[in-house]
Write a protein that binds this ligand. Structure first.
Ligand code: IPE
Ligand code: MG
Length: 243
């Protein structure tokens, strides 16, 4: 039975990891692992939005992932095209808006085209935001934001004195609220340059499950874990003995 007293995070981040190891364990190719991971991501994101989470940021391809073999990179790029084409119609029905974070350079034209298509198709949806981090790096995002901000200062659109955390966040790829809860699957204990700015006060969770096996049940367990955390944002809860 659903527990209605559970706290539901507003913004969840997922670092998708372990597709390759999942496939290896089953004697399959890495590509099959990615394909299974992509299918799972679609089902899982649907479940996550159904739980009342408003924003889901997923790390599907880092700037550094271009270092992988051409064969693997090509496979992933084609997979993005197929999945976005398929998912686009569903997202429209489900009223979820897709945004992308990352650099457009080095992405193949066919990927950019399908990205533009889903942005356009889902732009008026208002029941949730799926932020897909593709060719994304957290440090690169801060550098790109800084450059845009410097242009605005030089062109006198803003004053240096006006710059603060709130204004800075408007220059990021997407001006999203803080991440409340970050999940990285596969047992790796790293952030790996994911959404550095909005992760500042996130609760971190590192389940051992490989991503293709991280499904509804595993997400429910994650939410239970989130509910055990005592979020203080640098303050002190004087009522709480554990503070
Ligand atoms: C994550 O799975 C998927 C992407 C980066 C697209 P990995 O490919 O990193 O899987 P492992 O870490 O090799 O198991
Ligand atoms: Mg990995």
């Amino acid at each position: 039975m659903e527990d209605r007293s559970l706290k539901i995070p507003n913004h969840v981040g997922i670092i998708v990891d372990g597709n390759g190891r999942w496939a290896k364990k089953k004697g399959m190719s890495r590509s099959e692992g990615h394909s299974e991971g992509a299918k799972n991501l679609i089902n899982l994101s649907r479940y996550i939005f159904s739980k009342g989470i408003k924003i889901l940021s997923v790390f599907v391809f880092s700037t550094e992932n271009f270092k992988r073999s051409k064969q693997e990179v090509d496979y992933l790029m084609n997979l993005f095209v197929t999945m976005f084409n398929q998912y686009c119609k569903d997202l429209k029905k489900e009223n979820v808006k897709i945004v992308f974070s990352g650099r457009r350079e080095f992405l193949p034209k066919k990927v950019l085209e399908v990205m533009d298509k889903v942005i356009k198709t889902t732009k008026d949806n208002n029941n949730g935001i799926l932020n897909v981090c593709l060719n994304y790096g957290g440090q690169a995002e801060i550098v790109d934001a800084t450059k845009k901000m410097i242009d605005d200062v030089l062109e006198k659109r803003i004053k240096k004195e006006e710059i603060n955390e709130e204004l800075f966040s408007k220059y990021l790829y997407n001006d999203l609220p803080p991440i409340d809860f970050l999940i990285r699957t596969s047992g790796e204990l790293r952030i790996s340059n994911f959404i550095l700015w909005q992760l500042a006060y996130a609760e971190l969770y590192f389940p051992k499950t490989y991503f293709p096996d991280f499904k509804e049940k595993e997400f429910d367990e994650a939410i239970l874990e989130y509910n055990k955390r005592n979020r203080r944002f640098g303050g002190i809860n004087y009522e709480d003995k554990n503070s």
